[in-house]
Design a protein around this ligand. Structure first.
Ligand SMILES: *[C@@H]1O[C@H](CO)[C@@H](O)[C@H](O)[C@H]1NC(C)=O
Ligand SMILES: *[C@@H]1O[C@H](CO)[C@@H](O)[C@H](O)[C@H]1NC(C)=O
Ligand SMILES: *[C@@H]1O[C@H](CO)[C@@H](O)[C@H](O)[C@H]1NC(C)=O
Length: 226
């Protein structure tokens, strides 16, 4: 009984920590905002990792309503974090083009050069493109496309779909995230993110020789679908 109580306050403390993360990111919760501003994000990330371990051990002993309430509150925190994450690429967002939409179960590696925007759709492992795009590494939007995205899909700014598939054959090899590195994992690791951007720079330089000199000044961003 005592052990269980201790665990409970442990959990509560971690929950508060997680919520303060959302508060830190969105600045929209008034209560305790001074503490929020000083929170250490890398420490928080570590806490959240341990927190999820804690879940696995304690949840089997809890009732369904309690578990569902917890899932719901974490879902809300995650939704807010994703909003903030989406805004991080805002500087990339094309002026006269609509913002591109990242495929679910994958993402977009985007590069902007001289008001032309290039995005390369990528799928996570276990997913493949809905349409064959082996000779079509990226999509583009700028003056030459009439400020609309080139896309195989009807409906504007959705550039590709990633569908569950045991084989990945519709795209070029570089259009799939490595098995141990989904899109979300990639953007959480600066080195891995840079690797994907560099690969796309090389592909762009080959396909569009006039942009190869300007890649140094390019604005890059990787967007992940949920
Ligand atoms: C489950 O937990 C909730 C909240 O603590 C409580 O109100 C409810 O009565 C519990 N349900 C059962 C079936 O124990
Ligand atoms: C956006 O469109 C306007 C009107 O067509 C044009 O004057 C402007 O140069 C465009 N901006 C960019 C960045 O292409
Ligand atoms: C980050 O990515 C690099 C390059 O892919 C990889 O070698 C490294 O192990 C990753 N670090 C973590 C913490 O996953």
């Amino acid at each position: 009984m005592v052990a269980e109580m201790k665990y409970n306050s442990h959990l509560l403390w971690r929950m508060l920590f997680l919520i303060s993360a959302a508060c830190l990111m969105t600045n929209s919760i008034e209560v305790g905002s001074a503490d929020c501003k000083n929170a250490d994000l890398s420490d928080l990330t570590h806490q959240v990792e341990r927190f999820s371990q804690c879940f696995l051990e304690m949840l089997p002993h809890r009732n369904r309503t309690e578990v569902n309430a917890l899932v719901w509150s974490l879902q809300q925190v995650l939704d807010r974090l994703r909003e903030v994450q989406g805004k991080a690429c805002k500087a990339f967002m094309p002026e006269n083009c609509s913002a591109p939409e990242a495929p679910q179960n994958g993402g977009l590696v985007c590069v902007s050069i001289d008001s032309v925007h290039y995005c390369k759709p990528m799928c996570n492992q276990g997913y493949d493109f809905a349409f064959l795009r082996r000779s079509r590494v990226y999509e583009k939007c700028g003056a030459s496309t009439g400020y609309s995205w080139t896309t195989q899909l009807v409906g504007g700014n959705r550039l590709a779909d990633c569908l569950s598939s045991p084989v990945a054959v519709s795209g070029v090899k570089s259009a799939y995230f490595p098995s141990h590195m989904s899109c979300q994992q990639t953007i959480a690791n600066a080195t891995a993110e840079r690797e994907q951007i560099e690969i796309f720079h090389k592909e762009l330089a080959e396909a569009e020789p006039d942009v190869s000199q300007k890649l140094e000044k390019a604005f890059d961003c990787v967007l992940c679908g949920n």
